[in-house]
Design a binder for this molecule. Sequence first.
Ligand code: SAM
Length: 267
Amino acid sequence: MSRTYLGHTARKRFGQNFLHDEYVIDQIVSAIDPKRGENLLEIGPGLGALTEPVAEIVDRLHVIELDRDLAKRLREHPFIQSKLNVIEQDALHFDFSSLANNQKLRVFGNLPYNISTPLMFHLFSFANYVEDMHFMLQLEVVKRLCATHNDSLYGKLSVMSQYYCSAQAVVMVPPSAFKPAPKVDSAVVRLVPHQKAPVEVHSVDTLENVVGTAFNQRRKTIRNSLKNLISEDSLESLGIDAQRRAQTLSLNEFAHIANWVYEAGID
Ligand code: SAM
């Protein structure tokens, strides 16, 4: 299979799979529904499959692209260059608050799949600066983002996603929509940060630590997996059966445990 598209050879290390299916591109742009005057930011614009139709609608668009050659192409784009603020940087280390001065950001992108999970956690930390996000991701990652307790794909990403946002799959995308075609199905997820967190936690870092520790040994009961953080008796005092596994615990229950751990000064 050729890895060259529109004169650019796709770089695996940058997770480059370029969208070429016009119908799918239309569906994604409709789901984003960009409007003039909004503070829009695209992560990984690549060859401009989403950038071009969005820039046609709006006056200004920030784009973050790590690949030097693609950033140069965008800076020299014959039709939309004057509307673009091309930021040639790694999105994983980018301070998203720097673009949300007076207006929250609407973020979108067909994300590089090789960094999608750390990128989601990085973005969550800027949830206060974000109005909404639309991301193309591996279908499995979208399912993880949307999973609730007792779902088979429920894990740390699901719990933290629920803490920060409401999540919903909005477009399903087959491998044939990309060049080169990935081996997996994809989907676009809409994430809308909560105005107010659904649970009160003393420390988000403690919540993340408790959830991560519980899911690191997901087959064990929480009596075992969390034994360095909270005792069986203390779990029972919170009304949580210590024989349960991480997968059965709701965000609310994780928040209770995290608050206990924080108050006990263990984390
Ligand atoms: N948006 C284009 C499309 O839909 O055809 C390209 C999508 S491609 C899956 C991912 C894009 O993200 C590539 O252009 C790649 O160079 C860029 N990219 C990869 N890692 C990145 C990073 N850490 N920060 C910013 N952009 C990155």
